[in-house]
Design a protein around this ligand. Structure first.
Ligand code: FES
Length: 302
């Protein structure tokens, strides 16, 4: 693992990292689709707090050990919170910070964010389980996201995904190798990655590898398993999943070149072809009206 920025509160061998063996339990609670008859449900007292009211003290009946988040992580959390007028607005980058420590959003991570932002753990959980970028179980050193949306699928994305799953012996959001250890890889299929003009594409830790084939994708994964960091087609240099999560939380560290690369342009020539053609032809879009029309009344929108 490269050390662009120290990752706090964790190590590759952290006991918090769960095995990739999917026969082993993970921290996520078990869910069942079995319908429950009304008479089976015990009487419960009605909630005494409104969980979404910002000025009402929140209840946290569960005490979860958040000791995995060390002092450096807590300092970073406070830096994130200070960016926003309201602490609760810091939730998304705070969850990325949590993932940079544990490789996923654990129950401890949910409690950590809830405590700092004065939210309930239920509120944090609803956000963490809504966005696919937040993982429910520890991810590998690298996250490989294969686009299987319409255009990529038609041009080979389905074959690429199937080939990688077969090669690694895993399925969606499963990890080959011990999560967090060198060479471990989590695979997922993804919706449109906004690079349709370069289809089929995949990402490693959200960096693009364009115009892939089943063979090139397998070669890429084999290089990752050997500990190599093949250069993405465009954009920033490849790092690992947890450092990427730290960057998504807003911490780039040294060297400055890394930050410059992350901030730099990443558009491919294919993506800019229309713009280039318009410049050559002297085409321009109609100007915006000086006085934009008023917004329609809510009733008129229906
Ligand atoms: S369909 Fe794959 S990037 Fe859009």
């Amino acid at each position: 693992m490269r050390s662009e920025e120290p990752l706090a509160g964790s190590s590759i061998n952290s006991a918090n990292n769960k095995s990739a063996n999917h026969d082993e339990p993970v921290d996520s609670p078990a869910f069942t689709a079995r319908p429950v008859a009304a008479e089976e449900i015990p009487d419960q007292a009605a909630p005494t707090t409104l969980s979404t009211a910002q000025d009402v003290p929140v209840e946290r009946p569960l005490q979860v050990d958040t000791g995995v988040f060390d002092e450096l992580t807590r300092q970073r959390a406070q830096e994130i919170i200070a960016r926003y007028p309201q602490p609760r607005s810091a939730l998304l980058p705070l969850l990325h910070l949590v993932q940079s420590v544990e490789g996923y959003v654990s129950q401890a991570g949910i409690s950590f964010a809830a405590e700092l932002l004065e939210l309930t753990t239920a509120e944090v959980s609803t956000v963490a389980t809504f966005y696919t970028m937040f993982k429910r179980r520890p991810a590998g050193e690298h996250l490989v996201s294969v686009c299987t949306n319409t255009l990529c699928a038609a041009l080979g994305g389905d074959e690429i995904y199937a080939g990688l799953c077969k090669k690694l012996g895993v399925g969606h959001e499963e990890t080959a190798g011990r999560p967090g250890s060198s060479g471990s890889i989590t695979v997922e299929h993804a919706e449109c990655l906004a690079a349709c003009d370069l289809a089929p594409v995949l990402q490693v830790n959200y960096e693009f590898y364009d115009n892939q084939t089943p063979e090139s994708a397998v070669a890429l994964v084999e290089a990752l398993q050997r500990g190599e960091r093949p250069a993405p087609t465009r954009g920033a240099p490849l790092t690992d999943w947890r450092h990427t999560e730290l960057q998504l939380a807003g911490f780039f560290g040294e060297p400055q070149e890394l930050r410059d690369a992350v901030d730099g342009p990443s558009a491919a020539p294919e993506t800019l072809a229309g713009n280039r053609l318009a410049e050559e032809k002297g085409w321009t879009a109609p100007a915006m009206p000086g006085n934009p029309p008023p917004l329609p009344a809510v009733a008129d929108k229906k």
